[in-house]
Design a protein around this ligand. Structure first.
Ligand code: ATP
Ligand code: MG
Length: 199
């Protein structure tokens, strides 16, 4: 019996966009993942104090974005937990829910180079392997100096099509009145318009 291989895609998703969906699908295909769980952050530790859409809105946008991919699911483990979200705690919860599963945490390179700053990195690296995917402005070689050898071994890398999309850019474009159509799913665009987000 081969164990379930579960991809985890954490993020602020403020809002979720096509590059998030793309790297999750690419990782799923290349690494043979059975499914990918999208996990919007509750109170992200690295973004404390930054103005973001409500957790409920980010969760709903994530739901809308993944609806058409049968291998994608959304998890509210972080959103429903009070206080700051630490990945180490999330990984423990997911392990309890899916006994014996192999967890592969998917990130862009910009996030993977910061792994050492996460809470309890030793535990994090023991609980999950990582898949770090190329992102414009970052190079995979940065990982070698950012991570000690024992962590680096747990991080798979994937050089892929680079989409120059960020949530920051999308929020700026909305507030400037520029179009964001085709940078994210239509359903998310409609949600943003209906709820007057990022104006
Ligand atoms: P923000 O601008 O608010 O930081 P973001 O676009 O970076 O938003 P996050 O929610 O911070 O999105 O990121 C979630 C995950 O998706 C991170 O692992 C990040 O590295 C990855 N990611 C986001 N955009 C891209 C992209 N264009 N290419 C590759 N990875 C990406
Ligand atoms: Mg980011």
């Amino acid at each position: 019996m081969t164990s379930l291989r579960i991809g985890l895609m954490g993020g602020t998703f403020d809002p979720i966009h096509n590059a998030h969906l793309f790297i999750a699908e690419e990782a799923r295909r290349v690494f043979g993942l059975h499914k990918v769980l999208f996990i919007p952050n509750g109170a992200p530790p690295h973004k404390a104090g930054r103005a973001v859409a409500s957790p409920e809105a980010r969760l709903e946008m994530t739901r809308l974005a993944i609806a058409r991919n049968a291998a994608f699911e959304v998890s509210d483990v972080e959103i429903s937990r009070p206080g700051v979200s630490y990945t180490v705690d999330t990984l423990k919860v997911i392990h309890k829910l899916h006994d014996n599963a192999t967890l592969l945490y998917i990130t862009g390179i910009d996030t993977a180079v910061e792994l050492m700053t996460w809470k309890s990195p030793d535990e994090v690296m023991a609980l999950a392997e990582f898949i770090a995917i190329s992102r414009p402005g970052h190079s995979i070689s940065q990982l070698d100096s950012a991570l000690p050898e024992r962590y680096r071994k747990r991080v798979h890398t994937l050089e892929s099509a680079k989409l120059n999309i960020s949530s920051t850019e999308i929020r700026k474009r909305v507030s400037a009145g520029s179009t964001i159509r085709y940078l994210l799913p239509d359903a998310v665009l409609e949600y943003i318009e209906r709820n007057n987000l990022y104006r």
